[in-house]
Every structure is written in structure tokens, then in C-alpha cells.
Write a protein that binds this ligand. Structure first.
Ligand code: CAA
Ligand code: FAD
Length: 380
């Protein structure tokens, strides 16, 4: 077993670290406060090849492995999780889904601009009454011969207003249940597509989360992804990879908070010595470091499993479940190590604590990850 990163992987990690420090750190507090979407920063990320990291260069991507993607996601998330969720959705839900299951015409028209960072994508599965219970899709896609007519509402959509292209999951044959669901590429500019108001959130406040409404939207048949009725399997397959992205986001939020707490503990003095000399503080740092290392290994294992072409559904869910829990704990403790200073915006850890919570909710709640994991382990 080899725990060494390759030179290329280390270079990607350093490039992401530099970008986060130089381009994301300035302004991150203001973007959070004003709920400002990091448009310029995302555009620069695209120019550096971080928006289509795992896509073949012939389709506009950077041709990297999933391990490099995890490393980059961790570095970006240490500083700005609103940027990293945009990156995660575009890379591991939208681009990967189109590369793996789209056809060449779809790849040419949609994947190339998405992977090269010229356009942003979004993934539309959740509905007001279909979140965890994702098979209960109410959005309909009626087959009209050479096109479909799309009607319904999706909610909580990341990149909802900044995306140009949406991957939309909808029901075509209600009598067939999840086997009647299809997936479509829909352009935001098409007639009948409406973007709702931006959600005012606890964390990842720079990320643009919106409801999207479809009223009699005409979707050409060539925009269906895969065979008729493939849509739910498509969503599940894509989400397995997406969960590696969100696990890495949680890891980054945790390690960002830990690094700040470590530094602060060596600077702040109380009772005549640095607070790191108080064992209660030092033990918190020991627990944080250990939990982060375990989460990182789970993320890298899931990425390695995917890169080997093996089934990574289980390892992705385990990584997301564990990393999102430790993100909660570690950010909470990082605020504690900072005392009162941790409770104000200038020290960054309060934002990381707010950002951590979402990682236990989206791309499958922690309870959904436990459903996936328990079903697999019980099957033996
Ligand atoms: N790969 C392929 N197929 C899969 C699969 C997988 N990983 N998981 C399930 N399926 C298939 C099943 O085989 C089954 O098909 P067949 O009957 O033909 O065999 C079908 O899907 C239905 O599966 P289940 O019977 O297991 O369905 P269920 O109703 O019990 O639900 C679930 C399973 C795991 C809870 C699923 O509904 C789920 O993942 N829910 C959470 C949804 C979610 O993660 N949403 C995230 C939205 S995107 C997002 O959040 C982005 C963001 O924030 C940034
Ligand atoms: P529910 O499914 O109603 O769950 C409520 C509670 O019940 C949860 O604790 C859940 O775990 C629990 N629960 C439900 N069923 C079970 C069960 N069978 N066993 C045990 N517990 C259960 N979706 C998209 O499609 N695309 C996006 O880009 C996207 N981005 C998002 C961004 C943000 C900021 C947020 C908040 C959400 C986003 N989502 C997105 C939606 C997200 O995936 C859903 O919120 C999530 O899947 C949970 O669905 P729900 O909110 O309907 O909660």
C-alpha cells in the first residue's frame, strides 16, 4: 500500500492552496455577509482547469484523477465552501454525468463549455416533496414524439441562477415508478424556465441556492440522457461520485478550522502561557488532528476506489457520513479554542462552523448515507 502522492497530485494540491489563499481569502467574509455569488473567483477556477478536473481533455477537461480532485476540494473548502460547492456540483455531478452517460453530440455541445469553465452547470433532483425520498418525483416530462414537455418545481438548487445548463430529473411514466424517470439537459434560457428567489441560508451563503420552475418547457428528445427510463439510475450513479466531492468539502472545512485553531492556540496567552500549553486545549487539537486524518483517508480511499474502476458507492457514503460529522465537531471545537474571538467574523471559524452543517444535509442526509451503508453491509 502506497500513501505517497504523485508529483502531479502534489502540484494540483499546491495550486489549489495558492489559489485559495490568494484569490478566495480576500473578500470571503464580505461575500458570506452579503450572500454574494463568487462569480469572478469561479471564472478564474475554470481558467485554471478546476471546473472539469476529471474530464478528458478532448471534452475540455483537465484529465486528472479523483484523488487530485479530493486534494483540490479540500484546499478550496478550507477557505471558501461557497466556491467549493459550486466546483463540486459542476465537476462531479454535471460534468462527470455528461461524460459518462451523455452521447458525443451532448458532450460536444454542453460538456465542453462546462468542463472548460466557460459555463456553469446545476443538478436538479430535489423537489418540495421529494428530497431524501427521491423516487417520488412530481416534475413531469411528457413524451410528445420528437420532444418532451416539462412541468414542475425543483428546489434548493445549487448554482440555480449562475448556471446556464441544468441536468433535470423528471417523471415520464408515473405508473412505472422510479423506472419511468428520465434525465434531461435543459437550458436556463429556454422559454418556460423561471428562477425563484435566492435562499437566505445559515452557511455557504455565497452559493446561489434557488427554486427552479418549469412551465410547459419544450425539451428536444436529443437532450434526454441515456435510454428511456434511465433517469433515476443516472441520478444515483452521479450522486455516488458527488458524495466524494461533498465529503472532501467537509474535510476541507474541518482542516481549515483546525489550522486556524492550531495557530491561534500558539499565539494566545492565558494564565501566563500559550493556551496550547493547557492540556484541555492540546487534547482538543489532538482529537481534531486524528479525526481529520481519518476523514482524509476515507475520502482518498473512495477516490482511489473510483479511479480503479471499482464500485465506490459504499466508500463514498462512508466518507461523506464520517467527514460531515467531523466537520461539525471540529469547527465547533475550533470556535471554542478561539474563545470569544471565535464568535466574531474576523477570525473565520464561526463561518466554517456555519458552513459545516450543510454537509450533513445535501447530496443525501447522514440518515440517507446510513441507509446506503446499512443496506450494503447487511447484504454482505
Ligand atoms: N447505483 C445505481 N442504481 C441505484 C443506486 C446506485 N448507487 N442506488 C439505488 N439504485 C437503484 C436501485 O437498484 C433501484 O432500481 P431497481 O428497482 O431497478 O433495482 C432504484 O434505484 C431505487 O432504489 P431503492 O429501492 O434503493 O430506492 P429508495 O426509494 O429506497 O431510495 C435512497 C434510496 C438511497 C434513499 C435514494 O432515494 C437517495 O439517495 N436519496 C437521497 C437523494 C439525494 O442524495 N439528493 C441529493 C440531491 S443533489 C444535491 O443535494 C446537490 C447539492 O446539494 C450540492
Ligand atoms: P427530507 O427528505 O424531508 O428529510 C427530513 C429529515 O428526515 C432528514 O433528517 C432526513 O434524514 C430524515 N429522513 C427522511 N427520510 C428518512 C428515512 N427513510 N430514514 C431516516 N431518516 C429519514 N438538491 C438538488 O437536487 N440539487 C442541488 O443542487 C441541491 N443543493 C442544495 C443546497 C442546499 C443549501 C440545500 C439546503 C439543499 C440542496 N439540495 C439540492 C437538496 C438536498 O439534497 C435535500 O435538502 C436533501 O436531500 C434532504 O431532502 P429534504 O430537505 O427534502 O429533507
Amino acid at each position: 500500500m502506497n500513501f505517497q502522492l504523485t508529483e502531479e497530485q502534489k502540484a494540483v494540491q499546491m495550486a489549489a492552496r495558492d489559489f485559495a489563499r490568494n484569490e478566495l481569502l480576500p473578500g470571503v467574509i464580505e461575500r458570506d455577509e452579503k450572500q454574494k455569488f463568487p462569480a469572478e473567483q469561479v471564472q478564474k477556477l475554470g481558467e485554471l482547469g478546476f471546473m472539469g478536473m476529471m474530464v478528458d481533455p478532448k471534452w475540455g477537461g483537465s484529465g486528472m484523477d479523483t484523488i487530485s480532485y479530493v486534494l483540490a476540494m479540500e484546499e478550496i473548502s478550507k477557505i471558501d465552501a461557497s466556491v467549493s460547492v459550486c466546483m463540486s456540483v459542476n465537476n462531479s455531478l454535471v460534468c462527470w454525468g455528461l461524460e459518462k452517460y451523455g452521447n458525443d453530440a451532448q458532450r460536444e455541445k454542453y460538456l465542453v463549455p462546462l468542463a472548460s469553465g466557460q459555463k456553469i452547470g446545476a443538478f436538479l433532483l430535489s423537489e418540495p416533496e421529494a428530497g431524501s425520498d427521491a423516487t417520488s418525483q412530481r416534475t413531469t416530462a411528457e413524451d410528445k414524439g420528437d420532444h418532451y414537455i416539462l412541468n414542475g418545481t425543483k428546489n434548493w438548487i445549487t448554482n440555480g441562477s449562475s448556471a446556464s445548463y441544468y441536468l433535470v430529473i423528471a417523471q415520464t411514466y408515473p405508473e412505472k415508478g422510479h423506472r419511468g424517470i428520465n434525465a434531461f439537459i435543459v437550458e436556463k434560457a429556454w422559454a418556460g424556465v423561471t428562477v425563484g428567489a435566492k435562499e437566505n441560508k445559515l452557511g455557504i451563503r455565497g452559493s446561489d441556492t434557488h427554486s427552479i420552475m418549469f412551465q410547459d418547457v419544450k425539451v428536444p428528445k436529443e437532450n434526454r440522457i441515456g435510454d428511456d427510463g434511465f433517469g433515476f439510475t443516472f441520478a444515483m450513479k452521479v450522486l455516488a461520485g458527488g458524495r466524494i466531492g461533498i465529503a472532501s468539502q467537509a474535510l476541507g472545512i474541518a482542516s481549515g478550522a483546525y489550522e486556524l485553531a492550531l495557530k491561534y492556540s500558539k499565539e494566545r496567552k492565558a494564565f501566563g502561557t500559550e493556551i496550547s500549553n493547557h492540556q484541555a486545549v492540546a487534547f482538543k487539537l489532538a482529537d481534531m488532528a486524528t479525526e481529520i486524518e481519518a476523514a482524509r483517508l476515507l475520502c482518498l480511499k473512495a477516490a482511489w476506489t473510483k479511479d480503479q474502476g471499482l464500485d465506490y458507492t459504499l466508500s463514498a457514503s462512508m466518507a461523506k457520513l464520517f467527514a460531515s460529522d467531523i466537520a461539525q465537531r471540529v469547527t465547533n471545537e475550533a470556535v471554542q479554542v478561539h474563545g470569544g474571538y471565535g464568535y466574531v467574523k474576523e477570525f473565520h471559524v464561526e463561518r466554517l462552523m456555519r458552513d459545516a452543517k450543510i454537509t450533513q444535509i445535501y447530496e443525501g442526509t447522514s440518515e440517507v448515507q446510513r441507509i446506503v451503508i446499512s443496506r450494503t453491509v447487511l447484504k454482505g
